[in-house]
Design a protein around this ligand. Structure first.
Ligand SMILES: Cc1cc2nc3c(=O)[nH]c(=O)nc-3n(C[C@H](O)[C@H](O)[C@H](O)COP(=O)(O)OP(=O)(O)OC[C@H]3O[C@@H](n4cnc5c(N)ncnc54)[C@H](O)[C@@H]3O)c2cc1C
Ligand SMILES: *[C@@H]1O[C@H](CO)[C@@H](O)[C@H](O)[C@H]1NC(C)=O
Ligand SMILES: *[C@@H]1O[C@H](CO)[C@@H](O)[C@H](O)[C@H]1NC(C)=O
Ligand SMILES: *[C@@H]1O[C@H](CO)[C@@H](O)[C@H](O)[C@H]1NC(C)=O
Ligand SMILES: *[C@@H]1O[C@H](CO)[C@@H](O)[C@H](O)[C@H]1NC(C)=O
Ligand SMILES: *[C@@H]1O[C@H](CO)[C@@H](O)[C@H](O)[C@H]1NC(C)=O
Ligand SMILES: *[C@@H]1O[C@H](CO)[C@@H](O)[C@H](O)[C@H]1NC(C)=O
Ligand SMILES: *[C@@H]1O[C@H](CO)[C@@H](O)[C@H](O)[C@H]1NC(C)=O
Length: 531
């Protein structure tokens, strides 16, 4: 897989020999620059798309996972490149630099703010890694190479194809791309046992701003540190990850237990906060909080807490463990299902009963919604009174499809030091909160209504969550936290959001950025600033 030094040098030398483009038409210049490198342009059919190509719109649309960024008024790229070879990416970087174009990389397209394919700094080019999906599993060594355009569903599928006792620690939604997900963290159902995806990356290959292909050894430990949780987009184009697979038992146990307010949900959620981060690492219990119509109270609105859990082990071990650690939930044998780890992936993705091949499908029904997400961290339990205030606010919400999710940390998550990788939410963090608002009604007034409400709810939550900074999870990207403004890309400006995502690691990220991309070519609304 490694390029020879000779071919690397020849690319760099030929890049340098291209003359500076002069035409007024940037996109013509970009194309000329690109084609100049690949004189046999037949090999480029299905690589370059401009708005003049009939398939431009469908290629752009193919990985838009949020209708908020699929509007006619959403800024569109001048060029989309779907590279077939690494050299296509090297040349795209060079030609974008030559022409002063902003540059975006897209893997799965799940960025909450669409930063992988929307730029307000026009003109811009998108590198879409749709053709970089290969996955090689090494069972003997419990490792894998995963190209960054693959999805986590594909990865899980390929692991299970080779082994019933290996897995990987990453997210729940199978269509998420590994390019963004691993570089931004990657939390899932076995993270209390094994940490996040970025904790399990052992090598990576990337292309830097000068078109060089680097691996862990040649990029050095600072850059390798930065791309495991600091976001890939500030540092280069990640081509492939080398990851450590983790052991999973042949049989795991899952359960979902729903409780409404009438069924003591408040007490149970309150109690959960004292248990969920401390319980056995093999057990992860997350809670979805939803508003539902009560069946016992004449259809009046109530809150439902849905306790959704994975245990790395069998039912006969789980039941006594729950009896000892969280008896209040009253978990019964009938609530539990034993299955293989890969079947549990389907279960948590609401795909139970589907063939495993559904994990290879890159699209999902939620792509059709407008979506706005935000996040918080709880560092101390919320009191019962506090929970009741939150339920009241939620019940009165003038929006339909809102839910929030408590993801417990602790276990391996808090054993790893805060500075091991840029992801800082370790010891002292009880749980992460994800707020998700979905809607289908088009139009500005609907947009404003939904955006205003979720921002208000977020403000309302302030007293209950972490403070100074009010922390946030990079993979739940939120531009409300602050942007690198056109006129102000200063470290001070970026610190407003940078400290929330990265805590004490923000400064080191800026040092690495300054070292590897001093001209700030890889920039977006929330890219790491130059010092
Ligand atoms: C429905 C849904 C479910 C989710 N579930 C989870 C979950 O369970 N756990 C969790 O932790 N997170 C979850 N997330 C968040 C998810 O981890 C992030 O949105 C992640 O960044 C998406 O990665 P992507 O490749 O799909 O996105 P993209 O939009 O392609 O990329 C995200 C960011 O990474 C950059 N990037 C992408 N590829 C590369 C690359 N190869 N090199 C350099 N930079 C790159 C992009 O430019 C962009 O800035 C979920 C998101 C959604 C929408
Ligand atoms: C897009 O159009 C250009 C010519 O305008 C052509 O060279 C290229 O092959 C087209 N791309 C695709 C993917 O059809
Ligand atoms: C396992 O790793 C070792 C050392 O890196 C390597 O020599 C060996 O070929 C690997 N095994 C397989 C099956 O690839
Ligand atoms: C729990 O409630 C959700 C809706 O919030 C529903 O989809 C699910 O089927 C319920 N599960 C159980 C086991 O009752
Ligand atoms: C709620 O808790 C009380 C005591 O805390 C108990 O008496 C009651 O049976 C519980 N209700 C339900 C529906 O579990
Ligand atoms: C709940 O009730 C409201 C008002 O009666 C109704 O509009 C809504 O569709 C119901 N929701 C569900 C999930 O049944
Ligand atoms: C992939 O999933 C989407 C959304 O659920 C569905 O519409 C589509 O038919 C699926 N595609 C395949 C090939 O199964
Ligand atoms: C940029 O923003 C920071 C923080 O908001 C502020 O302190 C600084 O003065 C700003 N600089 C300029 C040039 O506006």
């Amino acid at each position: 897989m490694k390029p020879s030094i000779v071919s690397l040098l020849s690319v760099i030398i030929s890049l340098l020999s291209i003359s500076r483009a002069t035409s007024a038409h940037i996109h013509e210049n970009f194309l000329q620059c690109f084609y100049h490198q690949f004189p046999n342009s037949n090999s480029l059919s299905n690589v370059i798309y401009t708005p003049r190509n009939a398939s431009y719109a469908s290629v752009l649309q193919s990985s838009i996972r949020n209708q908020r960024f699929a509007k006619p008024t959403t800024p569109k790229p001048l060029v989309i490149v779907t590279p077939l070879q690494e050299a296509h990416i090297q040349v795209a970087i060079y030609c974008a630099r030559e022409n002063g174009m902003n540059f975006r990389v897209r893997s799965g397209g799940h960025d909450f703010e669409g930063l992988s394919y929307v730029s307000h700094a026009v003109p811009f080019v998108i590198i879409d890694l749709i053709n970089f999906q290969s996955i090689t599993i090494d069972v003997e060594n419990s490792t894998a190479w995963v190209q960054s355009g693959a999805t986590i569903g594909q990865l899980y599928y390929r692991i299970a194809e080779k082994s019933k006792t290996l897995g990987f620690s990453a997210g729940v939604c199978p269509t998420v791309g590994v390019g963004g997900h691993f570089s931004g963290g990657g939390f899932g159902m076995i993270s209390r046992k094994y940490g996040i995806a970025a904790d399990n990356v052992i090598d990576a290959r990337l292309i830097d701003v000068n078109g060089r292909i680097l691996d862990r050894k040649s990029m050095g430990e600072d850059l390798f540190w930065a791309i495991r949780g600091g976001g890939g987009a500030s540092f280069g184009v990640i081509l492939t990850w080398h990851i450590k697979l983790v052991p999973v038992p042949q049989i795991v146990t899952v359960f979902t237990v729903n409780k409404t307010l009438e069924q003591n949900a408040t007490k149970l959620v309150h109690q959960w906060q004292y248990v969920a981060d401390k319980v056995d690492n093999n057990l992860l219990i997350r809670i979805f909080i939803r508003r539902v119509n009560s069946s016992s109270q004449d259809g009046r609105r109530t809150i439902q807490a849905s306790f959704v859990s994975l245990f790395l082990g069998g039912l006969d071990t789980l039941l006594p463990l729950m009896q000892e650690s969280f008896p209040e939930l009253g978990l019964a044998r009938e609530d539990c299902i034993e299955m293989s780890w890969i079947e549990s992936i389907l279960y948590f993705a609401d795909l139970s009963g589907e063939p495993l091949e559904v994990l290879l499908n890159r699209t999902s029904s939620i792509d059709q919604y407008f979506f706005k997400g935000k996040s918080d961290y709880a560092v101390e339990p919320i009191s019962e009174d506090g929970l009741e205030q939150i339920w009241k606010e939620f019940i009165a919400a003038p929006v339909e499809t809102f839910e929030f999710l408590f993801n417990p940390y602790g276990g391996r998550m808090s054993e790893i030091s805060k500075i091991e990788i840029p992801f800082p939410h370790r010891y002292g963090t009880l749980y992460n909160i994800h707020y998700g608002l979905y809607w289908v009604e088009k139009g500005t007034s609907s947009y404003n209504k939904h955006m205003t409400w979720i921002r208000r709810f977020y403000n309302f939550m302030a007293p209950f969550v972490s403070k100074s900074p009010r922390s946030a999870y990079l993979n739940y990207r939120d531009l409300d936290l602050g942007e690198n403004n056109k006129g102000n890309t200063s470290y001070a400006q970026a610190s407003i959001w940078g400290l929330k995502y990265f805590g004490i690691n923000f400064k080191r990220l800026a040092h690495v950025k300054t070292m590897v991309d001093p001209g700030n070519f890889f920039k977006n609304e929330q890219s790491i600033p130059i010092l």
